[in-house]
Ligand binder design. Sequence first.
Ligand SMILES: Nc1ncnc2c1ncn2[C@@H]1O[C@H](COP(=O)(O)OP(=O)(O)OP(=O)(O)O)[C@@H](O)[C@H]1O
Ligand SMILES: [Mg+2]
Length: 421
Amino acid sequence: MGMMPKRPRHRPRGSILAAIDVGSTKIACFIARVEDEDRLQPIGIGHQLSQGVKAGAIVDMEAATAAIAQAVNAAEQMAGETIREAMVNLSAAHVESHPLTVEVAISGHQVGDLDLRRALASARQVERPGETEIVHAIPVGYAIDGMRGIEEPRGMFGQTLGVQLHAIAANAGAVRTMGVCVADAHLNVEGICVGPYASGLATLVDDEMDLGCVLIDMGGGTTEIGVFVEGVCVHVDCVPVGGAHVTRDVASGLSTSLTHAERIKTLYGAAFASAADERELIDVPQIGDAESHGPNHLPRSFLTSIIQPRLEETFEMVRGKLEASGFHAAAGRRVVLTGGASQLAGVRELAQLILDKQVRLARPFRIPGLAENAAGPAFATAAGLLRFAARMPDDLKSLPAAQQAPTSLFGKVGHWLRENL
Ligand SMILES: Nc1ncnc2c1ncn2[C@@H]1O[C@H](COP(=O)(O)OP(=O)(O)OP(=O)(O)O)[C@@H](O)[C@H]1O
Ligand SMILES: [Mg+2]
Protein backbone atom coordinates (compact mmCIF):
# COMPACT_ATOMS: atom_id res chain seq x y z
CA MET A 1 0.00 0.00 0.00
CA GLY A 2 1.38 3.44 -0.96
CA MET A 3 1.67 6.59 1.08
CA MET A 4 -1.48 8.52 1.74
CA PRO A 5 -1.57 11.62 -0.40
CA LYS A 6 -0.71 14.77 1.50
CA ARG A 7 -3.31 17.44 1.73
CA PRO A 8 -2.42 20.48 -0.35
CA ARG A 9 -0.91 23.12 1.87
CA HIS A 10 -1.41 26.19 -0.23
CA ARG A 11 -4.28 28.22 -1.59
CA PRO A 12 -4.96 27.89 -5.27
CA ARG A 13 -3.26 30.26 -7.65
CA GLY A 14 -5.18 33.49 -8.17
CA SER A 15 -6.87 33.47 -4.73
CA ILE A 16 -7.08 36.83 -3.02
CA LEU A 17 -6.01 36.91 0.63
CA ALA A 18 -6.36 39.69 3.17
CA ALA A 19 -4.78 40.34 6.54
CA ILE A 20 -5.42 42.90 9.24
CA ASP A 21 -2.89 43.68 11.96
CA VAL A 22 -4.68 45.50 14.74
CA GLY A 23 -1.75 47.07 16.56
CA SER A 24 -1.49 49.53 19.42
CA THR A 25 0.21 52.11 17.19
CA LYS A 26 -1.06 51.37 13.70
CA ILE A 27 -3.60 49.22 11.95
CA ALA A 28 -2.44 47.66 8.71
CA CYS A 29 -4.41 45.86 6.03
CA PHE A 30 -2.55 43.86 3.36
CA ILE A 31 -4.24 42.29 0.35
CA ALA A 32 -2.33 39.83 -1.83
CA ARG A 33 -2.87 37.49 -4.75
CA VAL A 34 -1.54 33.95 -4.59
CA GLU A 35 0.91 33.50 -7.49
CA ASP A 36 1.98 29.95 -6.83
CA GLU A 37 3.09 27.77 -3.93
CA ASP A 38 4.52 30.14 -1.37
CA ARG A 39 4.60 33.20 -3.65
CA LEU A 40 2.27 36.07 -2.84
CA GLN A 41 1.94 39.28 -4.78
CA PRO A 42 0.86 42.24 -2.62
CA ILE A 43 -1.84 44.21 -4.44
CA GLY A 44 -3.29 46.47 -1.77
CA ILE A 45 -1.78 48.07 1.33
CA GLY A 46 -3.56 50.32 3.80
CA HIS A 47 -2.31 51.57 7.10
CA GLN A 48 -3.64 53.97 9.55
CA LEU A 49 -2.82 55.33 13.01
CA SER A 50 -4.45 53.00 15.50
CA GLN A 51 -7.36 54.19 17.60
CA GLY A 52 -9.00 52.50 20.54
CA VAL A 53 -6.21 49.92 21.03
CA LYS A 54 -3.86 49.90 24.02
CA ALA A 55 -1.20 47.32 24.83
CA GLY A 56 -2.66 45.03 22.19
CA ALA A 57 -6.17 45.22 23.68
CA ILE A 58 -9.21 46.94 22.22
CA VAL A 59 -10.26 49.61 24.71
CA ASP A 60 -12.73 51.52 22.51
CA MET A 61 -14.63 49.41 20.00
CA GLU A 62 -16.08 52.27 18.00
CA ALA A 63 -12.73 53.97 17.52
CA ALA A 64 -10.99 50.68 16.68
CA THR A 65 -13.71 49.76 14.18
CA ALA A 66 -13.38 53.11 12.41
CA ALA A 67 -9.60 52.75 12.15
CA ILE A 68 -9.91 49.17 10.88
CA ALA A 69 -12.44 50.26 8.26
CA GLN A 70 -10.15 53.06 7.06
CA ALA A 71 -7.15 50.77 6.70
CA VAL A 72 -9.27 48.21 4.85
CA ASN A 73 -10.77 50.83 2.53
CA ALA A 74 -7.35 52.17 1.61
CA ALA A 75 -6.08 48.67 0.83
CA GLU A 76 -9.19 47.82 -1.18
CA GLN A 77 -8.93 50.98 -3.26
CA MET A 78 -5.32 50.25 -4.11
CA ALA A 79 -6.10 46.62 -4.93
CA GLY A 80 -9.23 47.44 -6.91
CA GLU A 81 -10.83 44.51 -5.08
CA THR A 82 -13.39 44.26 -2.32
CA ILE A 83 -12.55 41.77 0.40
CA ARG A 84 -15.08 39.88 2.45
CA GLU A 85 -12.87 38.20 4.99
CA ALA A 86 -9.46 38.61 6.51
CA MET A 87 -6.95 36.89 8.70
CA VAL A 88 -6.61 38.90 11.91
CA ASN A 89 -3.90 38.96 14.57
CA LEU A 90 -4.47 38.57 18.25
CA SER A 91 -1.93 40.12 20.58
CA ALA A 92 0.05 37.63 22.65
CA ALA A 93 -1.12 39.74 25.60
CA HIS A 94 -4.42 37.85 25.42
CA VAL A 95 -3.10 34.33 25.24
CA GLU A 96 -1.52 31.58 27.21
CA SER A 97 0.81 29.14 25.60
CA HIS A 98 1.30 25.59 26.83
CA PRO A 99 2.24 22.10 25.67
CA LEU A 100 -0.59 19.59 25.46
CA THR A 101 -0.65 15.92 24.51
CA VAL A 102 -3.81 14.30 23.14
CA GLU A 103 -4.46 10.69 22.18
CA VAL A 104 -7.00 9.04 19.90
CA ALA A 105 -7.65 5.39 19.16
CA ILE A 106 -6.80 4.27 15.65
CA SER A 107 -7.57 0.59 16.32
CA GLY A 108 -5.21 -0.97 13.85
CA HIS A 109 -6.13 1.04 10.80
CA GLN A 110 -3.96 3.40 8.78
CA VAL A 111 -3.62 6.93 10.17
CA GLY A 112 -5.38 9.45 7.96
CA ASP A 113 -6.42 13.07 7.99
CA LEU A 114 -9.56 12.24 9.92
CA ASP A 115 -7.54 10.82 12.83
CA LEU A 116 -5.40 13.94 12.98
CA ARG A 117 -8.52 16.01 12.88
CA ARG A 118 -10.05 14.02 15.71
CA ALA A 119 -6.88 14.41 17.75
CA LEU A 120 -6.81 18.16 17.24
CA ALA A 121 -10.52 18.45 17.94
CA SER A 122 -10.06 16.62 21.23
CA ALA A 123 -7.64 19.37 22.28
CA ARG A 124 -10.66 21.62 22.42
CA GLN A 125 -12.39 19.33 24.86
CA VAL A 126 -9.61 19.58 27.41
CA GLU A 127 -10.85 21.30 30.53
CA ARG A 128 -9.51 24.80 30.72
CA PRO A 129 -9.89 27.35 33.45
CA GLY A 130 -12.14 30.33 32.96
CA GLU A 131 -13.25 31.83 29.72
CA THR A 132 -10.55 30.72 27.31
CA GLU A 133 -10.58 29.02 23.96
CA ILE A 134 -7.92 27.40 21.80
CA VAL A 135 -6.82 29.54 18.87
CA HIS A 136 -3.84 27.43 17.83
CA ALA A 137 -3.17 23.73 18.25
CA ILE A 138 0.16 23.31 16.51
CA PRO A 139 1.45 19.73 16.22
CA VAL A 140 4.98 19.54 17.57
CA GLY A 141 5.41 15.77 17.36
CA TYR A 142 3.54 12.47 17.03
CA ALA A 143 3.67 9.11 18.74
CA ILE A 144 2.11 5.82 17.70
CA ASP A 145 1.53 3.29 20.47
CA GLY A 146 3.82 5.30 22.69
CA MET A 147 6.68 5.45 20.21
CA ARG A 148 7.63 9.10 19.96
CA GLY A 149 9.60 10.97 17.33
CA ILE A 150 7.26 10.31 14.44
CA GLU A 151 7.31 13.23 12.04
CA GLU A 152 4.51 12.27 9.63
CA PRO A 153 2.05 9.70 10.97
CA ARG A 154 -0.27 9.63 7.97
CA GLY A 155 -0.14 6.21 6.37
CA MET A 156 1.22 4.45 9.48
CA PHE A 157 -0.56 1.70 11.45
CA GLY A 158 -1.15 1.26 15.17
CA GLN A 159 -3.64 1.27 18.03
CA THR A 160 -3.19 4.75 19.50
CA LEU A 161 -2.12 8.01 17.94
CA GLY A 162 -0.62 10.59 20.29
CA VAL A 163 -0.15 14.17 19.18
CA GLN A 164 2.03 16.59 21.12
CA LEU A 165 0.67 20.04 20.59
CA HIS A 166 1.60 23.59 21.28
CA ALA A 167 -1.76 24.88 22.41
CA ILE A 168 -2.42 28.60 22.49
CA ALA A 169 -5.52 29.50 24.45
CA ALA A 170 -6.95 32.98 24.18
CA ASN A 171 -9.23 35.01 26.34
CA ALA A 172 -12.60 34.29 24.72
CA GLY A 173 -13.91 37.78 25.38
CA ALA A 174 -10.96 39.41 23.61
CA VAL A 175 -11.50 37.17 20.57
CA ARG A 176 -15.19 38.07 20.43
CA THR A 177 -14.57 41.79 20.85
CA MET A 178 -12.08 41.69 17.99
CA GLY A 179 -14.55 39.73 15.88
CA VAL A 180 -17.31 42.26 16.41
CA CYS A 181 -15.04 45.21 15.53
CA VAL A 182 -13.98 43.51 12.31
CA ALA A 183 -17.59 42.56 11.54
CA ASP A 184 -18.66 46.16 12.09
CA ALA A 185 -16.05 47.09 9.50
CA HIS A 186 -18.01 44.74 7.18
CA LEU A 187 -15.60 41.82 7.16
CA ASN A 188 -15.58 38.29 8.46
CA VAL A 189 -12.74 37.02 10.57
CA GLU A 190 -11.44 34.20 8.46
CA GLY A 191 -9.05 33.07 11.13
CA ILE A 192 -6.91 34.31 13.95
CA CYS A 193 -3.17 34.14 14.31
CA VAL A 194 -1.28 35.22 17.39
CA GLY A 195 1.01 38.17 16.65
CA PRO A 196 4.53 36.82 17.25
CA TYR A 197 3.69 33.58 15.42
CA ALA A 198 2.73 35.63 12.36
CA SER A 199 5.76 37.91 12.68
CA GLY A 200 8.03 34.86 12.77
CA LEU A 201 6.47 33.49 9.59
CA ALA A 202 7.35 36.75 7.82
CA THR A 203 10.86 37.33 9.11
CA LEU A 204 12.65 34.07 9.98
CA VAL A 205 14.83 32.21 7.52
CA ASP A 206 14.48 28.42 7.39
CA ASP A 207 17.67 27.81 9.38
CA GLU A 208 16.47 30.03 12.20
CA MET A 209 13.12 28.23 12.31
CA ASP A 210 14.79 24.82 12.27
CA LEU A 211 17.78 25.36 14.57
CA GLY A 212 15.85 27.31 17.17
CA CYS A 213 15.33 31.01 17.54
CA VAL A 214 13.55 33.63 19.60
CA LEU A 215 11.53 36.20 17.70
CA ILE A 216 10.91 39.47 19.52
CA ASP A 217 8.33 41.82 17.98
CA MET A 218 8.86 45.23 19.54
CA GLY A 219 5.61 47.12 19.07
CA GLY A 220 4.14 50.29 20.49
CA GLY A 221 2.24 48.86 23.43
CA THR A 222 3.75 45.40 23.77
CA THR A 223 6.90 43.40 23.21
CA GLU A 224 5.85 39.99 21.95
CA ILE A 225 7.90 36.81 22.01
CA GLY A 226 7.75 33.75 19.77
CA VAL A 227 10.00 30.71 20.21
CA PHE A 228 10.58 28.54 17.14
CA VAL A 229 12.23 25.12 17.24
CA GLU A 230 12.47 22.51 14.48
CA GLY A 231 10.35 24.60 12.16
CA VAL A 232 7.49 24.94 14.64
CA CYS A 233 6.27 27.74 16.89
CA VAL A 234 6.59 26.12 20.33
CA HIS A 235 5.91 29.04 22.65
CA VAL A 236 4.56 32.59 22.66
CA ASP A 237 4.63 35.20 25.37
CA CYS A 238 4.36 38.91 25.88
CA VAL A 239 5.72 41.76 27.95
CA PRO A 240 3.32 44.71 28.32
CA VAL A 241 5.92 47.35 27.50
CA GLY A 242 6.70 48.88 24.11
CA GLY A 243 7.83 51.93 22.17
CA ALA A 244 4.96 54.06 23.50
CA HIS A 245 6.38 53.69 27.01
CA VAL A 246 9.75 54.92 25.75
CA THR A 247 8.05 57.93 24.14
CA ARG A 248 6.23 58.71 27.38
CA ASP A 249 9.49 58.49 29.34
CA VAL A 250 11.09 60.92 26.89
CA ALA A 251 8.15 63.34 27.12
CA SER A 252 8.24 63.46 30.90
CA GLY A 253 12.04 63.41 31.15
CA LEU A 254 12.39 66.34 28.74
CA SER A 255 9.13 68.10 29.73
CA THR A 256 7.93 68.11 26.17
CA SER A 257 4.79 66.95 24.36
CA LEU A 258 4.24 63.36 23.22
CA THR A 259 4.41 64.48 19.59
CA HIS A 260 7.77 66.15 20.09
CA ALA A 261 9.00 63.25 22.21
CA GLU A 262 8.13 60.78 19.46
CA ARG A 263 10.03 62.86 16.91
CA ILE A 264 13.04 63.36 19.17
CA LYS A 265 13.10 59.65 19.98
CA THR A 266 13.10 58.50 16.37
CA LEU A 267 15.58 61.18 15.23
CA TYR A 268 18.10 61.19 18.09
CA GLY A 269 17.12 58.42 20.46
CA ALA A 270 19.41 55.50 21.25
CA ALA A 271 19.17 52.42 23.42
CA PHE A 272 22.86 52.41 24.07
CA ALA A 273 25.21 55.22 25.02
CA SER A 274 28.05 56.11 22.70
CA ALA A 275 30.92 58.49 23.46
CA ALA A 276 29.74 60.97 20.81
CA ASP A 277 26.46 61.47 22.73
CA GLU A 278 28.24 63.72 25.25
CA ARG A 279 29.22 66.31 22.68
CA GLU A 280 26.12 66.30 20.53
CA LEU A 281 23.33 68.72 21.46
CA ILE A 282 19.66 68.29 20.55
CA ASP A 283 16.84 70.86 20.49
CA VAL A 284 13.88 70.18 22.74
CA PRO A 285 10.75 72.32 22.41
CA GLN A 286 9.23 72.85 25.86
CA ILE A 287 5.56 72.37 26.63
CA GLY A 288 3.55 75.57 26.58
CA ASP A 289 6.37 78.05 26.17
CA ALA A 290 7.10 77.59 22.50
CA GLU A 291 7.09 81.34 21.79
CA SER A 292 8.40 82.83 24.98
CA HIS A 293 11.73 80.99 25.11
CA GLY A 294 14.15 79.77 22.52
CA PRO A 295 14.67 76.03 22.07
CA ASN A 296 16.23 74.15 24.92
CA HIS A 297 19.56 72.48 24.10
CA LEU A 298 20.44 69.24 25.83
CA PRO A 299 23.23 66.74 25.35
CA ARG A 300 22.13 63.68 23.41
CA SER A 301 23.53 61.54 26.22
CA PHE A 302 20.76 62.86 28.45
CA LEU A 303 18.17 61.48 26.02
CA THR A 304 19.96 58.12 25.96
CA SER A 305 19.97 58.05 29.75
CA ILE A 306 16.16 58.30 29.68
CA ILE A 307 15.67 55.62 27.03
CA GLN A 308 18.23 53.02 27.99
CA PRO A 309 16.80 51.94 31.38
CA ARG A 310 13.35 51.30 29.87
CA LEU A 311 14.79 49.07 27.15
CA GLU A 312 17.07 47.29 29.60
CA GLU A 313 14.06 46.58 31.75
CA THR A 314 12.12 45.34 28.70
CA PHE A 315 14.84 42.89 27.63
CA GLU A 316 15.30 41.74 31.21
CA MET A 317 11.58 40.97 31.34
CA VAL A 318 11.88 39.09 28.04
CA ARG A 319 14.79 37.09 29.44
CA GLY A 320 12.75 36.31 32.56
CA LYS A 321 9.83 35.10 30.44
CA LEU A 322 12.13 32.88 28.38
CA GLU A 323 13.72 31.35 31.46
CA ALA A 324 10.31 30.70 32.98
CA SER A 325 9.04 29.12 29.74
CA GLY A 326 11.49 26.24 29.82
CA PHE A 327 12.42 26.91 26.18
CA HIS A 328 15.41 29.12 26.89
CA ALA A 329 17.97 26.46 25.99
CA ALA A 330 15.99 24.85 23.17
CA ALA A 331 15.58 28.25 21.53
CA GLY A 332 19.27 28.23 20.66
CA ARG A 333 21.63 31.16 20.34
CA ARG A 334 19.67 33.29 17.92
CA VAL A 335 17.37 36.26 18.53
CA VAL A 336 15.57 38.09 15.74
CA LEU A 337 14.18 41.55 16.47
CA THR A 338 11.37 43.07 14.46
CA GLY A 339 8.46 45.50 15.03
CA GLY A 340 8.51 49.28 14.73
CA ALA A 341 10.36 49.85 17.99
CA SER A 342 13.27 47.63 16.89
CA GLN A 343 14.37 50.56 14.69
CA LEU A 344 15.73 52.54 17.61
CA ALA A 345 19.50 52.99 17.30
CA GLY A 346 21.47 50.60 19.50
CA VAL A 347 18.61 48.20 20.20
CA ARG A 348 20.45 45.25 18.66
CA GLU A 349 23.55 45.84 20.78
CA LEU A 350 21.53 46.20 23.98
CA ALA A 351 19.52 43.04 23.27
CA GLN A 352 22.74 41.14 22.59
CA LEU A 353 24.18 42.26 25.90
CA ILE A 354 21.14 41.42 28.03
CA LEU A 355 19.90 38.27 26.30
CA ASP A 356 23.41 36.97 25.62
CA LYS A 357 22.48 35.66 22.18
CA GLN A 358 23.30 36.59 18.61
CA VAL A 359 20.84 39.26 17.57
CA ARG A 360 19.67 40.20 14.09
CA LEU A 361 17.23 42.94 12.98
CA ALA A 362 14.61 41.70 10.53
CA ARG A 363 11.98 43.04 8.19
CA PRO A 364 9.27 40.92 6.54
CA PHE A 365 11.33 39.50 3.67
CA ARG A 366 8.91 36.65 2.97
CA ILE A 367 6.48 38.81 1.01
CA PRO A 368 8.65 40.37 -1.68
CA GLY A 369 7.30 43.28 -3.68
CA LEU A 370 5.99 45.28 -0.73
CA ALA A 371 6.36 49.01 -1.30
CA GLU A 372 9.11 50.59 0.77
CA ASN A 373 6.66 52.18 3.23
CA ALA A 374 5.06 48.79 3.97
CA ALA A 375 8.21 46.68 4.00
CA GLY A 376 9.59 47.89 7.33
CA PRO A 377 9.72 45.88 10.56
CA ALA A 378 6.43 47.40 11.79
CA PHE A 379 4.70 45.34 9.08
CA ALA A 380 6.09 41.94 10.03
CA THR A 381 2.80 40.84 11.60
CA ALA A 382 0.64 41.90 8.63
CA ALA A 383 2.97 40.15 6.18
CA GLY A 384 3.07 37.04 8.35
CA LEU A 385 -0.72 36.90 8.53
CA LEU A 386 -0.80 36.72 4.74
CA ARG A 387 1.68 33.87 4.75
CA PHE A 388 -0.33 32.08 7.42
CA ALA A 389 -3.46 32.52 5.32
CA ALA A 390 -1.71 31.24 2.20
CA ARG A 391 -0.66 28.02 3.87
CA MET A 392 -4.21 27.04 4.69
CA PRO A 393 -5.78 24.97 1.97
CA ASP A 394 -9.07 26.42 0.86
CA ASP A 395 -10.89 23.11 0.56
CA LEU A 396 -10.76 22.18 4.22
CA LYS A 397 -13.45 24.68 4.98
CA SER A 398 -15.88 22.54 3.06
CA LEU A 399 -14.92 19.38 4.96
CA PRO A 400 -17.37 18.30 7.63
CA ALA A 401 -16.39 19.55 11.07
CA ALA A 402 -14.92 16.99 13.41
CA GLN A 403 -17.40 15.40 15.78
CA GLN A 404 -18.09 17.05 19.10
CA ALA A 405 -16.28 20.19 18.08
CA PRO A 406 -18.45 22.98 19.41
CA THR A 407 -19.65 25.47 16.86
CA SER A 408 -18.02 28.79 17.45
CA LEU A 409 -18.36 32.34 16.33
CA PHE A 410 -15.75 32.31 13.59
CA GLY A 411 -15.48 28.66 12.71
CA LYS A 412 -12.18 28.51 14.52
CA VAL A 413 -12.20 24.73 14.49
CA GLY A 414 -11.99 24.89 10.74
CA HIS A 415 -9.31 27.50 11.15
CA TRP A 416 -6.90 25.54 13.29
CA LEU A 417 -7.56 22.34 11.46
CA ARG A 418 -6.78 24.02 8.19
CA GLU A 419 -3.64 25.37 9.75
CA ASN A 420 -2.45 22.08 11.04
CA LEU A 421 -3.38 19.41 8.54
N1 LIG B 1 12.66 54.90 13.62
C1 LIG B 1 12.19 54.53 14.80
N2 LIG B 1 12.98 54.53 15.89
C2 LIG B 1 12.51 54.17 17.08
N3 LIG B 1 11.25 53.78 17.32
C3 LIG B 1 10.41 53.76 16.28
C4 LIG B 1 10.83 54.12 14.97
N4 LIG B 1 9.76 53.98 14.15
C5 LIG B 1 8.74 53.55 14.89
N5 LIG B 1 9.12 53.41 16.18
C6 LIG B 1 8.30 53.00 17.31
O1 LIG B 1 7.66 51.79 16.99
C7 LIG B 1 6.45 51.68 17.76
C8 LIG B 1 5.34 51.11 16.88
O2 LIG B 1 5.70 49.86 16.41
P1 LIG B 1 4.64 48.93 15.67
O3 LIG B 1 4.04 49.65 14.53
O4 LIG B 1 5.33 47.64 15.40
O5 LIG B 1 3.55 48.78 16.83
P2 LIG B 1 2.12 48.08 16.81
O6 LIG B 1 2.21 46.79 16.06
O7 LIG B 1 1.10 49.04 16.35
O8 LIG B 1 1.90 47.84 18.36
P3 LIG B 1 1.69 46.49 19.22
O9 LIG B 1 2.32 45.38 18.45
O10 LIG B 1 2.38 46.77 20.52
O11 LIG B 1 0.23 46.36 19.40
C9 LIG B 1 6.13 53.08 18.27
O12 LIG B 1 6.28 53.12 19.67
C10 LIG B 1 7.18 53.97 17.58
O13 LIG B 1 7.63 55.00 18.44
MG1 LIG C 1 2.51 44.82 16.52
